[in-house]
Design a protein around this ligand. Structure first.
Ligand SMILES: Nc1ncnc2c1ncn2[C@@H]1O[C@H](COP(=O)(O)OP(=O)(O)OP(=O)(O)O)[C@@H](O)[C@H]1O
Length: 594
């Protein structure tokens, strides 16, 4: 429960919804209790006057008595109706204040979590899977809202109604009141227990459903592999097994739900029987009138819902507390990459790695070991090396996705940690190895870094990335939707759109992480030539496997197992007759054999 205390700040923020809400709960309940008393008076009126009416049988006065009697009953009926209408009005306002408050808090909480997520570093995203992140913003927040809205509202309602009804009962007859209330705690306990059963079973079903939809999604995403390996029958069998599991759990839930209402009706009926029996004996003793029995039965029917709500609200609050605990876990995570009062400046692009070592915190793998190099503004640095040698790690450190575990990265001679993070990243263009494009138009994907879509600039970026001709050939050109909702671009086209996105930023430092691998050598040459123009006076870092990509770079570093084994330009490295030359010859051989 202590986890829910986090939400108290929101109650304070929305106090001018909560306080009137509480008053509306009280008012609606007062008007909810009054009709029972009107019914009691009406009932007594009937039982007192019926004898008189019969007494005048055969006399003309019987007619008059009937009229007076009928008009009286009509008046009572109208009173009950008016009271119900007033109650309805207050119920409307009660929901309009408390439920609306819960929706406002839900909105605030979702935004708070999302904003916090965005501040967290890469390592956090490596530790937690996307499903988990999504669940906490959606499922868990919804559960918390159930506590904030219906939970609070029904708890207040139950307490107020209980106090008013029990008070009204006690003023009529203490013995009857005690007997009537006796089954209530049992009813609440049964509902709490059954509700918990339903919730835990529903949760299991939800998990099965997630796993079923995950399974379906994956097999459809990989349908090409499934079909080419002729594994349809095998996949279908697995699907049937998953479905069977879901069905079994659903049937279990249906059984508990089927028991739920009969049990409630049984207990409710039992209360009425007790009232009739104990009330009857009290009437015989002359302690109460028959109207009081009618009054009690109305009270009982009114108490039934709050008592049911009590069991329901208890389990709902428990679940909300568990969800808030999960939310708090993430909200209390501190971003590893921070920049407090960082320097804001236009960077020149001088990069220096000074004895940099780096070990990934998630796996403990040492990816870089004592790496030192420097690049001047206007230069192109190329990084080459075998797979897993640490090339992407250099890009990660340059983009400050991680901080070094040893040594220092300096930008314009300033340690990278001292530069304002957003200021720095906004001047850096990065094309990752794994291309990611949003399900949006090509134009919006290229112009991702800007708030206003400037089409001439987008087109120029596309031309520089040598993808312009491919785009204009499409029916809708730059307005073509890509991704889940649209067409699929080829691997090389995707890479070039993502290069255009980085160029569009007019960065001071541009980092290409092996993003020309799916582009043919002629197009690659065109892009590199364009880059020479666009990045004139600025710094480029090109990571590649291919020597053809990097041979014109001002400086080339050759990495192996996290260490720099050679550095220089193409000619000096060739002269060294070491790792670079070996790589060159190997690639030359491969090209010839193709
Ligand atoms: N996010 C990560 N978490 C943990 N370990 C990682 C992570 N990324 C890379 N590594 C490890 O760090 C080492 C260097 O990886 P890196 O991605 O820098 O190599 P690379 O030279 O870019 O390889 P490739 O050419 O295949 O992309 C590898 O052993 C890899 O397993």
């Amino acid at each position: 429960m202590k986890h829910l205390a986090y939400l108290n700040k929101f109650f304070y923020k929305y106090r001018w919804r909560l306080i009137p809400g509480v008053l509306f709960v009280v008012a609606s309940n007062i008007f909810g209790v009054l009709p029972a008393q009107v019914i009691r008076v009406a009932f007594d009126l009937v039982s007192e006057n019926i004898d008189m009416y019969r007494l005048y049988a055969g006399f003309s006065e019987q007619h008059v008595i009937y009229d007076v009697f009928g008009a009286g009953l009509l008046l009572f009926g109208a009173m009950v109706l008016v009271l119900a209408l007033i109650r309805g009005l207050f119920l409307f306002f009660m929901r309009q204040t408390i439920i609306l408050m819960s929706r406002h808090i839900e909105y605030d909480l979702k935004n708070e979590i999302y904003t916090h997520y965005q501040a967290l570093s890469m390592a956090f995203y490596r530790r937690h899977n996307t499903g988990d992140l999504m669940n906490r913003v959606t499922e868990d927040v919804s559960r918390v809202r159930m506590y904030l809205g219906p939970g609070i509202m029904y708890s207040l309602n139950t307490v107020v109604m209980f106090v008013l009804i029990v008070y009204a009962m006690l003023t009529v007859n203490v013995r009857l009141a005690v007997y009537s209330i006796l089954p209530m705690p049992i009813l609440a306990a049964v509902i709490y227990y059954v509700n918990n059963q339903i919730e835990s079973r529903s949760e299991k079903i939800q998990q099965r459903l997630s796993s079923l939809s995950g399974f379906v999604q994956e097999t459809f995403s990989g349908i090409r592999v499934v079909k080419s390996y002729v594994r349809e029958a095998y996949i279908r069998k697995n699907f049937a097994a998953e479905s069977e599991d879901y069905k079994t759990h659903s049937m279990g839930l249906a059984k508990v739900q089927a028991l739920f209402y009969p049990i409630i009706l049984l207990l409710a009926g039992l209360s009425v029987v007790i009232v009739l029996y104990v009330g009857g004996t009290e009437v015989m003793r002359g302690n109460i009138s028959p109207g009081n029995i009618a009054e009690f039965i109305v009270y009982l029917s009114q108490l039934m819902f709050p008592v049911m709500a009590l069991g329901w609200v208890t389990s709902l609050t428990q679940r909300a507390a568990a969800s808030q605990k999960r939310i708090n876990e993430f909200l209390h995570e501190q971003p590893e990459i921070i920049s407090v009062n960082g320097i804001k400046k236009t960077i020149d692009g001088r990069i220096e790695f000074k004895n940099v070592s780096f070990t990934y915190p998630e796996t403990g793998i040492q990816a870089l070991n004592d790496v030192s190099f420097n690049v001047e503004p206007g230069q192109m640095l190329a990084i080459i090396g075998r797979t897993g040698s640490g090339k992407s790690t250099i890009a990660n450190l340059l983009m400050r996705m991680y901080d070094t575990t040893g040594g220092q990265v300096l930008i314009d001679g300033i340690p990278i940690q001292q530069i304002d993070l957003n200021n720095y990243r906004s001047q850096t263009g990065f094309v990752p190895q794994e291309v990611f494009l949003f399900s949006d138009t090509i134009a919006n994907n290229i112009a991702f870094s800007t708030d206003i879509l400037n089409m001439p600039e987008v087109e120029q970026a596309a031309k520089d990335a040598a993808v312009y001709n491919n785009i204009v050939e499409l029916e809708n050109g730059f307005q073509t939707l890509i991704g889940e909702r649209g067409i699929t671009l080829s691997g090389g086209q995707k890479q070039r759109v993502s290069i255009a996105r980085a160029i569009m930023k007019h960065p001071q430092v541009l980092v290409f992480d092996d993003c020309l691998s799916a582009v043919d050598t002629r197009t690659e040459e065109e892009i590199l030539q364009n880059l020479g123009r666009v990045m004139n006076g600025k710094t480029s870092v090109i990571i590649s496997h291919r020597i053809s990509t990097i041979k014109n770079a001002d400086k080339i570093i050759v990495l192996d197992e996290g260490r720099i084994v050679e550095q220089g330009n193409h000619d000096t490295l060739m002269e060294l007759q070491g790792a670079y030359l070996a790589l060159y010859e190997k690639q030359l051989l491969e090209e010839e054999s193709v």
